[in-house]
Design a protein around this ligand. Structure first.
Ligand SMILES: Nc1ncnc2c1ncn2[C@@H]1O[C@H](COP(=O)(O)OP(=O)(O)OP(=O)(O)O)[C@@H](O)[C@H]1O
Length: 608
């Protein structure tokens, strides 16, 4: 209980930090807010016509909203006080008509605005998704996947709900505000000025609140993204979590992240919760001013009773839009925070962006050369250092070495998922830095450790290798990959639907399907990342036989985890700490009695 009571003070510490942090960055932030708003406008502006209609309806509803109370005041002064019935009925009917049109205009502005909002976020979501698929691998390597997902779902949803309601509210509040003040000034400048006393109070109150809520909403969105990322990770890593009995640890981590989200949410909501309270106080203050001073003015014959009624009604109309504006401002801030996170990704440079001056790689024979290649993922340490190698068309090259030696990195560089820091890589004599990446990858095929399967039929999954392949070609590829026999034993054969990530078939069967994919793609250069997971001997033999067939006539690079599978490789490159320390074929390397010999000895011992 005591913990519950003191908890808000823990949040207080965090809030304090946030505010201090943001103080110095305030100016820069408003510039960012403005440019984000401009970008949202860019998305909105594709519906300019409808937006114009919405604005017209907002204008109409604001004008009718002003007219109503004015007519009520007139009814009091001209008919009720003077007890005249002539024209009273006509005025009542006019009031009725005004309210009907008022309601209709409100309905239409909402209806159209929801359409515009949905259309806008649809475009945004689509752009974001398309853009994501144009981003380079390093972008994904550096980020949590769930956090990225959160940007496409939560953040965009946030923009959507704000556009649905806030845009109209903001315009209608502004118009109502201007109209109300104008009519009030016309009726009684003195009473108007006195009523407006609450404006500076409101202004400073709101400024105090929004200065705190803005960063907190941003923090809330960020924490939500992080939490989503973590949830995604723990769901996809369930097997590992269970295997290592890490449930308690992930739950503790989840709680910590949830606490942070709760803390940001707590303060964001607490501060924005002050707004209605503040408005209430100011409303009552303005009512007291109008009733008190208005009464005195009426007693002195300076204004009529009707004017007091109009003022009471208008002052409510006047504080409501101010109130709405402030509320909407908060929602808008939170949407801008969401939009900013979306635009952040849209601003990431596309992988193929600066390739206009590069040329297409012509049909590849498969000669690969690395010349003095050096590369690092992080500034501090080099991952691969001064690599020189030459592989001829049709040869099989293998990378071996301890874990972390740089084997996968070599493949990352060859496929240009990452770019070399210095040195060059050539395919058939073409410097890879001068060819379009897409044309390079067209000639490359991958059979990776983790054979990813998409949700869909077996046939569709194989066809992923070449989308225009016919059904017969798919079956042919499956036969070459030794996968046909197991596929036809599946309940629906080639039409069996694989659930997401291919659960329902074994690891080895997934490998066979990914080999079939590679057969279909028919690449000139093949990358094989050997499976490390244990696969039963029969399937293992099938995989080996299929791979031998697949490698025939193609330049192949094998990332070898088990040395017995690469004994026939033409060239074996032994890597250690990012350097090639030995090179040769199996026999010559064994004779050398160096690092490979030792590795082989260890491997043989561990397999015995
Ligand atoms: N995306 C990345 N960002 C930063 N560092 C990375 C990244 N990928 C790999 N590294 C680091 O680069 C080094 C070489 O990694 P690499 O994956 O190439 O090794 P490997 O020989 O393939 O290892 P393994 O046999 O375990 O797969 C390692 O120290 C690794 O931590």
């Amino acid at each position: 209980m005591l913990k519950e009571i003191i908890r808000p003070f823990q949040y207080k510490k965090m809030k304090h930090l946030n505010i201090e942090d943001t103080k110095s960055k305030n100016k820069q932030k408003s510039r960012i807010y403005f440019s984000t708003l401009k970008r949202i406008w860019y998305f909105l502006s594709s519906n300019k016509g409808l937006l114009f209609l919405v604005l017209f309806m907002v204008f109409l509803s604001s004008a009718l909203g002003l007219l109503g109370p004015y007519l009520v005041g007139m009814a009091i002064d001209d008919y009720i006080v003077t007890r005249k019935m002539d024209g009273f009925v006509t005025l009542l009917v006019s009031l009725g008509v005004i309210y009907v049109f008022y309601s209709l205009s409100i309905w239409f502005q909402n209806y159209w605005m929801i359409g515009i909002a949905q259309d806008t976020v649809y475009t945004m979501r689509m752009r974001l998704f398309q853009h994501l698929h144009k981003l380079p691998i390093p972008f994904f390597d550096k980020r949590q996947h769930g956090e990225l997902m959160s940007r496409i779902t939560n953040d965009i949803e946030n923009v959507s709900s704000t556009l649905n309601s806030s845009v109209i509210q903001i315009f209608s509040s502004l118009l109502t505000l201007i109209g109300t003040v104008a009519v009030m000034l016309w009726l009684s400048p003195l009473l108007t000025l006195l009523t407006l006393i609450i404006v500076p109070l409101m202004f400073f109150g709101m400024k105090w609140i929004t200065k705190r809520t803005g960063p907190l909403f941003k923090e809330q969105q960020r924490n939500l993204g992080e939490l989503n990322g973590f949830i995604e990770e723990t769901i996809s890593g369930q097997r590992i979590i269970k295997t290592f009995s890490q449930e308690k640890k992930v739950t503790a981590e989840f709680l910590e992240k949830s606490e942070r989200l709760k803390a940001a949410g707590f303060w964001a909501q607490t501060y924005s919760g002050f707004i209605p309270k503040l408005m209430n106080v100011l409303n009552n203050l303005s009512f007291a001013i109008i009733a008190g001073i208005g009464g005195i003015l009426a007693l002195n014959g300076m204004i009529s009773i009707g004017v007091i009624v109009i003022f009471v009604e208008y002052s409510r109309q006047f504080t409501r839009p101010l109130n709405d504006l402030a509320n909407q401002f908060n929602t808008l801030l939170s949407a801008i925070a969401g939009a900013e996170r979306v635009f952040e990704i849209l601003d990431e440079e596309e992988e193929f962006k600066n390739e206009r001056l590069l040329h297409e790689l012509p049909q590849v024979k498969g000669e690969v050369e690395f010349k003095n290649v050096t590369f690092s993922y992080e500034e501090e340490s080099k991952t691969v250092k001064n690599i020189n190698l030459h592989v001829y068309p049709g040869e099989t090259a293998a990378f071996v070495g301890p874990t972390g030696a740089g084997k996968t990195t070599m493949i990352n560089l060859l496929s240009r998922f990452y770019d070399v820091d210095s040195g060059s890589i050539y395919i058939d004599g073409h410097d890879l830095s001068k060819v379009k990446k897409e044309s390079l990858r067209k000639y490359m095929g991958f059979v990776l450790q983790d054979s990813f399967m998409f949700q869909g039929t077996v046939r569709e999954n194989i066809r992923y290798g070449r989308l225009d392949a016919s059904d017969a070609e798919v079956v042919e590829a499956a036969k070459l990959a030794n996968a046909h026999s197991f596929i036809i034993r599946l309940p629906e054969g080639y039409d069996t639907v694989l659930s997401q990530e291919g659960s329902g078939i074994s690891q080895g069967q997934k490998q066979l399907l990914s080999i079939a994919r590679a057969f279909l793609a028919n690449p000139s250069i093949l990358i094989l990342d050997e499976a490390t997971s244990s696969i039963d001997t029969v399937t293992e033999l099938k995989i080996q036989a299929a791979l031998q067939k697949l490698m025939k006539g193609r330049t192949s690079f094998v990332i070898a985890h088990r040395l017995n599978t690469i004994q026939n490789a033409d060239r074996i490159f032994v890597l250690d700490e990012g350097r090639i320390i030995e090179e040769g074929n199996h026999d010559s390397l064994l004779k050398k009695k160096g690092f490979y010999y030792q590795l082989h000895g260890k491997a043989a011992a561990s397999e015995a």
